[in-house]
Design a protein around this ligand. Structure first.
Ligand SMILES: [Zn+2]
Length: 326
C-alpha cells in the first residue's frame, strides 16, 4: 500500500460518492456536513489499516476542498478560504472540518505543529525500573484526548470569536462566518479575485461599491431593514458599520445569555434575508421592499428559534410583538 496506484480504488470510490451528490443542489452548510461526516469517514478505515502515501492524502483532501466550494475537476470555482482555515477548529476561527489522521505521517505532523515526540510519551527511569510519562497531561498519563487538545490548539486569531448558534440553520451560520471576513460573492470581492464585472456598484442603493459590510450593514437598504428590527427588538444598533460590530454590540447590551442568543439569531436572520433580497434583485430583477424583508425575518426566526432553541416558551403573538419579551 506504499504505492499510490494501490489506492486508486479508494480514490475512485471517493470520487463516485462525490459525483453522486450534486454539489450544486446542496447549500454550503449541506456540503460542509457531507465532507465532515460521510466523506470524512469513508477513508478512515483504510487509513487506519494502511499507511497512505502523502500524495494520496493530498488528492483526497483536494477533492473534499473542491466539493465544499461547489467545484469539480472540470469546473473551477472560487475557494473563498484556504483548506487550512476550513479544517481548523471553530475555536480558532475555522470551520472545524478536521484533517484525516495518517499514522505514517504522525511524527512529521507532530513536528510541524511543534509538538515534540518526547513530550507526547517518553520513557523515564525510576527506582523500580522504567515507566512512561506524557507531558501533555498534568498527571503525566498519556491520553488521546490530551493529544487531540494539543493538536487542535492554534493561537486564536482576531476573527476567532465567532459565535456559532444552533438556533439558526447551519447554512445561515456559515454565511455569516464567511460574510464577516468579506468572503461572499459581492462585487468588490469578486473583482479582487479576477472576475470581470460590468459594475462594482451596490445593486441595492446604486451609490457605493458593493462590499460585504456595505451591502449587509451600511447600505441604505440594510439600514432601513435594521431600523425596523431595532424597533421590533427594542434595541439600538444604528451606529454599527460592520457585521462584526453588529455581532459585538449584541453581546455588549448586557441582555443575559438567552436574550443575547435570541437577538443574535434575529440579526443572523436579518443578514441572511438581506442577502436573499440582494440576490433576488441581482438575479431576478425583483425588488423586495424593506418592510417585506422585516416580515420575512420575523417569521423565519420565529420558526428557527421556536424549533431549534431551548427557550421556545413563546407564541407568535408575543414573538411578533418583541422577541426578547420572554
Ligand atoms: Zn448599497
Amino acid at each position: 500500500m506504499k504505492l499510490k496506484k494501490n489506492w486508486k480504488p479508494i480514490i475512485d470510490r471517493f470520487q463516485a460518492k462525490l459525483s453522486a451528490w450534486k454539489s450544486k443542489t446542496l447549500s454550503f452548510g449541506g456540503r460542509l456536513t457531507l465532507i465532515q461526516s460521510v466523506l470524512g469517514n469513508l477513508p478512515t478505515y483504510f487509513l487506519s489499516l494502511y499507511v497512505a502515501p502523502e500524495g494520496v492524502i493530498q488528492t483526497l483532501e483536494r477533492m473534499r476542498n473542491r466539493f465544499l466550494w461547489g467545484a469539480s475537476k472540470e469546473k473551477k470555482k472560487i475557494h473563498w478560504f484556504s483548506w487550512d482555515t476550513v479544517v481548523a477548529p471553530k475555536k480558532a476561527g475555522g470551520l472545524g472540518v478536521g484533517v484525516w489522521n495518517n499514522i505514517a505521517g504522525i511524527r512529521k505532523d507532530l513536528l510541524s505543529k511543534e509538538i515534540s515526540v518526547h513530550s507526547v510519551l517518553s520513557k523515564i527511569s525510576t527506582a523500580n525500573g522504567a515507566t512512561w510519562r506524557s507531558e501533555l497531561s498534568p498527571n503525566g498519563i498519556y491520553s488521546v484526548c490530551a493529544l487531540r487538545h494539543r493538536w487542535d490548539y492554534r493561537p486564536p486569531n482576531a476573527d476567532g470569536n465567532f459565535t456559532w448558534i444552533k438556533e439558526v440553520p447551519l447554512k445561515v451560520n456559515c454565511f455569516i462566518w464567511r460574510a464577516r471576513r468579506g468572503r461572499i460573492p459581492v462585487a468588490l470581492e469578486l473583482s479582487k479575485r479576477g472576475v470581470i464585472l460590468e459594475s462594482l456598484t451596490c445593486p441595492m442603493c446604486n451609490e457605493q461599491d458593493e462590499g460585504a459590510d456595505h451591502v449587509l450593514v451600511e447600505c441604505r437598504y440594510a439600514k432601513q431593514v435594521f431600523e425596523g428590527i431595532s424597533r421590533w427588538c427594542k434595541v439600538n444598533t444604528a451606529d454599527c458599520q460592520t457585521i462584526k460590530e453588529v455581532e459585538d454590540s449584541v453581546s455588549q447590551l448586557g441582555l443575559g445569555h438567552n436574550r443575547s442568543i435570541t437577538l443574535l439569531a434575529v440579526y443572523f436572520g436579518a443578514f441572511w434575508s438581506i442577502w436573499k433580497s440582494r440576490n433576488a434583485r441581482v438575479f431576478n430583477k425583483n425588488r423586495i421592499p424593506p418592510d417585506k424583508v422585516i416580515d420575512m425575518i420575523k417569521s423565519a426566526t420565529y420558526i428557527w428559534v421556536k424549533n431549534r432553541g431551548k427557550f421556545g416558551r413563546f407564541t407568535w403573538a408575543t414573538w411578533s410583538q418583541c422577541p426578547l419579551d420572554f
